[in-house]
Design a protein around this ligand. Structure first.
Ligand SMILES: [Zn+2]
Length: 149
């Protein structure tokens, strides 16, 4: 292979989305197997990177710039589809977070926080970007609370 056509990952190991330039998040085969259509999955190696920038159509990419877009997904996924679960492990969705902002206590979110510490939480293989959803849940909750006030 001609090395000139291969963009090596930066020396610090960071890899950036070829479309929008956001830093990619390394994901294993779990999310790729789960979210990519089989024909697209076949074009990807064992691991890839996730672009989490919402306005970018690229969902997964490799250092060799193979890309998969939202239309290559085998299932709906948050945040591209707000009806899809935010929490891939336990199914908490957008409406649940909205309901929590209506209540005096965020009981649904607290329930997820508690369950995220159990062995049933398998974010690395179930979630789109392989990460725990709690940071996003918290961000969304705060945003919705602010919009209400
Ligand atoms: Zn991107």
């Amino acid at each position: 292979m001609n090395k000139a056509f291969v963009r090596e990952p930066d020396f610090d190991g960071r890899v950036f989305c070829p479309r929008c330039g956001s830093e990619g998040i390394l994901v294993g085969s779990g999310p790729l197997d789960r979210y990519l259509l089989p024909e697209k999955r076949g074009k990807f190696p064992e691991t890839a990177y996730c672009c989490t920038f919402l306005r970018c159509d690229v969902v997964y990419f490799t250092a060799l710039e193979t890309t998969a877009e939202v239309t290559d997904l085998a299932r709906s996924a948050y945040p591209y589809d707000l009806d899809a679960p935010i929490c891939a492990c336990f199914g908490l969705n957008y409406d649940d977070v909205v309901d929590d902002t209506d209540d005096s206590q965020p009981t649904r979110i607290r329930n997820i926080v508690a369950r995220s510490k159990t062995a049933d939480a398998r974010c690395a293989s179930l979630s789109l970007d392989g990460r725990c959803c709690l940071a996003e849940v918290q961000r969304l909750y705060m945003k919705l609370l602010q919009e209400k006030s």
